[in-house]
Design a protein around this ligand. Structure first.
Ligand SMILES: C[S@@+](CC[C@H](N)C(=O)[O-])C[C@H]1O[C@@H](n2cnc3c(N)ncnc32)[C@H](O)[C@@H]1O
Length: 343
């Protein structure tokens, strides 16, 4: 509404906002498909649907109002203008916390600061009699002309892409999701050339721990993540340790929390090396699910004909694949140090 009213109170702010936002709800169908990563494609489609539904709802409400009741001064409000407003908020709003909970607030001027995981400034929220205020404080001396960089938070590339329209090539908060299932575990075990029965004969005590880890039974939650400093979801690590374990005692001695930590290996070299090899194979299988290899994407990124959206799509899927490559490297290093410690 403010955007439609030149000279309104907020006009100086609104008129300085970007005219367009490079977020996936504005991508073409093939650009969305080219993201190559199903969980984020699902999110983009969900947002597109929500936007179209909202546009339809607004249109219905507006069509019932007389000309003198039109809240937007006759300005057309459609999926595109609503998408613009949504993007302006998602890419610029800050989280505010107070006694009544948390909410998102727009902070003109402060919202001109770009994001960095190594910021040179931070926002301080101050509660005063007249209300809440926000102050940007430098983390140290800043060179004249330096960009003021804030951290938008510990955000994955999915959130950065969906809400802000950029990605970080090195992002320790990024991850690749996998649906834990028996077939995947067995496929990885076979790919890693490991012997054993896998899931075909699961002892009762193993079944019971998998239930405690929410991979079986009621309250099942099958989504696991690869990436970050821990490399893999602790639940997945624990599940594999249980699957490969020979006896229940060494596993039970550790307890469910410890089993999920790298330091909590229950049963010596062979089991832990099987676990690591299976995890490496899982990363390789996940990498193989992407339709193109990183090298091809990196080559495509050099093309001079790329659009802004096309560039972002490539950057996003390269970063996702790098998460898996880094994960494989980290797991291989663990495997090497396990081999060294064996002697
Ligand atoms: C809060 S605004 C920051 C100010 C913005 N540069 C501007 O002038 O409108 C957030 C937007 O800035 C851009 N941005 C912020 N940090 C970035 C980064 N590290 N890399 C690329 N773009 C970034 C993205 O377009 C994002 O949606």
């Amino acid at each position: 509404m403010e955007r439609a009213q030149r000279g309104s109170f907020w006009w100086p702010y609104i008129s300085n906002l970007p005219q367009r936002f490079n977020i996936p709800v504005f991508f073409t169908g093939s650009e969305i498909a080219n993201l190559q990563y199903a969980p984020v494609i699902h999110q983009v489609k969900k947002r597109c649907r929500a936007l179209l539904d909202l546009a339809k709802e607004v249109e219905t409400v507006l069509s019932k109002l007389g000309t003198d009741q039109q809240p937007f001064g006759g300005q057309e409000v459609n999926a595109s203008s609503l998408g613009w407003a949504m993007a302006a908020v998602s890419s610029r709003a800050f989280q505010m916390h107070n006694s009544s909970g948390s909410s998102r607030v727009m902070l003109p001027l402060i919202d001109m600061c770009n994001h960095s995981f190594t910021p040179n400034a931070r926002i301080i929220q101050q509660e005063e009699k007249g209300g809440t205020s926000f102050v940007v404080v430098a983390e140290g001396n800043l060179q004249a002309g330096a960009n003021i960089l804030l951290s938008y938070g510990a955000l994955s590339n999915d959130v950065l892409l969906l809400d802000y329209g950029f990605v970080e090539s090195q992002n320790v908060h990024d991850f690749v999701e996998m649906r834990y299932d028996k077939i995947m575990v067995d496929a990885a075990r076979v790919a890693a050339r490991l012997d054993g029965d896998g899931y075909s004969q699961l002892a009762e005590w193993k079944q019971s721990i998998l239930e405690q880890l929410n991979f079986e039974g009621v309250g099942v939650s099958l989504q696991v993540k690869f990436g970050g400093t821990n490399l893999v979801d602790g639940r997945l690590l624990a599940a594999l340790r249980v699957l490969y374990a020979q006896d229940s005692d060494s596993v039970k001695r550790k307890g469910i929390t410890e089993l999920q930590m790298w330091s909590g290996s229950p049963s010596g070299y062979i089991i832990e090396s099987n676990v690591l090899k299976t995890l490496v194979a899982m990363c390789a299988l996940l990498l193989g699910h992407f339709p193109t290899p990183i090298t091809e994407d990196e080559g495509a990124l050099k093309s001079k004909e790329l659009t802004e959206a096309g560039t972002l799509v490539l950057e996003y899927r390269i970063a996702k694949k790098k998460v898996l490559v880094d994960c494989m490297r980290g797991l291989s290093r663990k495997l090497q140090s396990l081999e060294r410690d064996k002697f």
